[in-house]
Design a protein around this ligand. Structure first.
Ligand code: ADP
Ligand code: MG
Length: 574
């Protein structure tokens, strides 16, 4: 291994030369307590900054075993280290001067969720720590300014590393709190299944966010209060007993007047599939982590999806057992979203009337009388919601502001009133009974055949032979793989643009190595999940270095992404 002095020597040599001479710095250097690795050097000062990683042995880093052995505490520790390291680095960013991105020090900026990220990885067995960041190598015009890079690599960076990446120098109390929170959150997750709950919302939780563009907690929000009839107590291993609302498995309806906090509650449940940092307000809002938000998504592409459970006999004679379109309608898109979520193994649907296709959700009695059944291809969700629970074990939590028909189907009804929930199941059911008359002569809907999931992708010869497939992230909303743009704006449980980016790499990996004409979508998605789970996100990136801006998505989002790639065509397997 080269030494830090070798790098210093090299920098002196290439000072004032043309920018490409920076390429010679690529490699690993021993810096006393850590190894600095220059993984990729930018082509010019205006290009994407250079990729650098820091490697510290577990022995030197010294984090306690109980923080790194279990996945949930390890992820929480890595998250805390990124935040700390990022704060340190930020203070030094652009202190070294020059043209273009000179002097930039860029570290992943996690939001409110705690996600596994390539920015910081900890080996569970050895405790070895890797931190990845980007640095703008300084230049004057296009001439190397090695003195400024020296400042960064020999003064700023060692400082940041020393202060934030060694247990001995860290705020031990804070890290212990991080570990305990992760353990408590994990405990609630495990309790959900045990107690047959779909979700838990703790008393005192703060659900609303600061604004439409800020995910921080709203200041002066009305904090959550549990309706007595739905109260459950969780004996957390560290925080002790907490009370909150347990939403049982089955069918739950959230009703209430406009602006009373229905969608805010549902949104918090959507994000409850992830753990949140201390101070977020949703630390103890925990949802079954297979939950999928279902919404209408006009215009999405659908490939060979069996939506016949909901839609049959389309006017154009299209086969709904293998439905394919480049431009789905509200109802067909929502039907496909349901079926694909079933395929992805969800146990809980989260639906908001605000973002649903009405004709997918219900069928009005009067409309049913006027437009004859034979002329209506849609069996609405309301006619399947019980079947989905009874035959497939999938619960539904549904926000309904205007449509009362679901009162008949719901096991539990929660009313939001000035941001406070109360359980009104009995009262609402009574009211509903008085209306039963008109539902009397409703025909019994026969059970649907279970959806057929088996869809195959042909080997992608072009992708397999190419090492030039470019992945370009467009924030959280889309990623383009080899110029095929995958729209993910309505995949609402993607929490971070780094997850979107990671999905891009997964699609690329699948196209290059997994599609073989035999493996179906489910196997493909599960293989990607397993690979990343066992070997880290780097397992699906085959480049010379691992990008520092990837976060691990859930298998549900891997499915969602594969299902939305317009560039892929599927065939229905036998
Ligand atoms: P609904 O879906 O019932 O129409 P929303 O959930 O969209 O209502 O909430 C309406 C507004 O109230 C939003 O601006 C939201 O931020 C705010 N809000 C929601 N819950 C709370 C709360 N607990 N405290 C204060 N404001 C809230
Ligand atoms: Mg709403």
């Amino acid at each position: 291994m080269k030494r830090a002095e070798d790098l210093q020597e090299l920098l002196r040599r290439i000072d004032h030369r043309g920018y490409p001479a920076y390429k010679d710095t690529q490699g690993s250097y021993q810096f006393g307590t850590y190894v600095l690795s220059i993984d990729h050097v930018q082509g010019d000062p205006f290009a994407a900054p250079s990729k650098v990683s820091i490697h510290i042995s577990g022995q030197k880093a010294g984090f306690p075993k109980d923080m790194i052995q279990k996945k949930h505490t390890r992820t929480a520790l890595a998250d805390a280290l990124i935040r700390r390291f990022g704060k340190e680095a930020e203070q030094h960013s652009h202190k070294a001067k020059g043209s273009g991105k000179s002097g930039l020090l860029s570290v992943s900026r996690p939001g409110q969720e705690v996600l596994e990220r390539s920015a910081c990885e900890i080996d569970p067995d050895t405790g070895n720590l890797t931190v990845r960041l980007e640095i703008g190598f300084p230049a004057n015009g296009r001439t190397i300014n090695a003195g400024e890079l020296s400042k960064i690599l020999f003064r700023f960076l060692p400082d940041c590393v020393q202060r934030s990446l060694f247990y001995a120098n860290s705020d031990k109390k804070h890290l212990e709190q991080v570990r305990q929170l992760a353990e408590d959150q994990q405990y609630i997750r495990e309790q959900l299944a045990e107690r047959k709950l779909a979700a838990f919302v703790a008393d005192g939780a703060v659900l609303p966010r600061e604004s439409g563009i800020s995910d921080r907690p709203m200041k002066q929000a009305v904090s959550f209060r549990t309706p007595p009839s739905m109260e459950v107590t969780m004996e957390l291993p560290y925080k002790g007993a907490i009370k909150g609302m347990g939403i049982p498995q089955g069918i739950t309806l959230i009703v209430g007047g406009g602006y009373h906090g229905k969608s805010t509650l549902l949104k918090a449940l959507e994000r409850g599939v992830y753990n949140h940092i201390a101070g977020d307000g949703r630390e103890y809002v925990i949802t079954d982590d297979t939950a999928v938000k279902i919404r209408a998504e006009d215009g999405r592409s659908i490939k060979q999806t069996d939506i016949s459970m909901f839609i049959n006999g389309l006017p154009n004679g299209k086969d709904t057992k293998a439905f394919t379109t480049e431009d789905a309608s509200g109802s067909t898109s929502q039907a496909a979203n349901v079926i694909e979520a079933m395929e992805a193994g969800t146990r809980l649907f989260l639906i908001d009337e605000d973002t649903s296709a009405t004709n997918f959700m219900i069928r009005d009695e009067l409309m049913a009388r006027v437009v004859h059944k034979e002329m209506e291809p849609i069996t609405p969700f309301i006619d399947r919601v019980e079947e989905l629970y009874e035959s497939y074990g999938i619960s539904t939590i549904l926000v309904a502001g205007s449509c009362g028909s679901y009162f008949y189907k719901a096991d539990h009804i929660i009313q939001m009133m000035q941001y406070e929930p109360s359980e009104i199941t009995e009262m609402a059911k009574k009211e509903a009974e008085r209306f039963l008359d008109f539902a009397k002569d409703k025909p019994v809907i026969p059970k649907a055949e279970p959806p057929y999931f088996h869809r195959l992708f042909a080997p992608d010869k072009k992708a397999a032979g190419s090492d030039r497939i470019k992945i370009k992230g467009m924030g959280k909303d889309a990623v383009s793989i080899d110029r095929d743009t995958v729209e993910l704006r309505y995949v609402e449980q993607l929490a971070d643009s780094e997850q979107t980016m990671a999905l891009g790499y997964m699609v690329k990996y699948a196209r290059q190595r997994l599609f073989d004409g035999k493996r179906d979508l489910k196997e493909t998605a599960q293989m990607l999940e397993k690979l990343v789970n066992e070997k880290g996100i780097g397992a699906v990136c085959d480049g010379k270095y691992l990008p520092c801006n990837l976060a691990v998505p859930r298998v549900q989002e891997i499915f969602a992404c594969l299902n939305r790639c317009r560039g892929l065509s599927a065939v229905r397997g036998k």
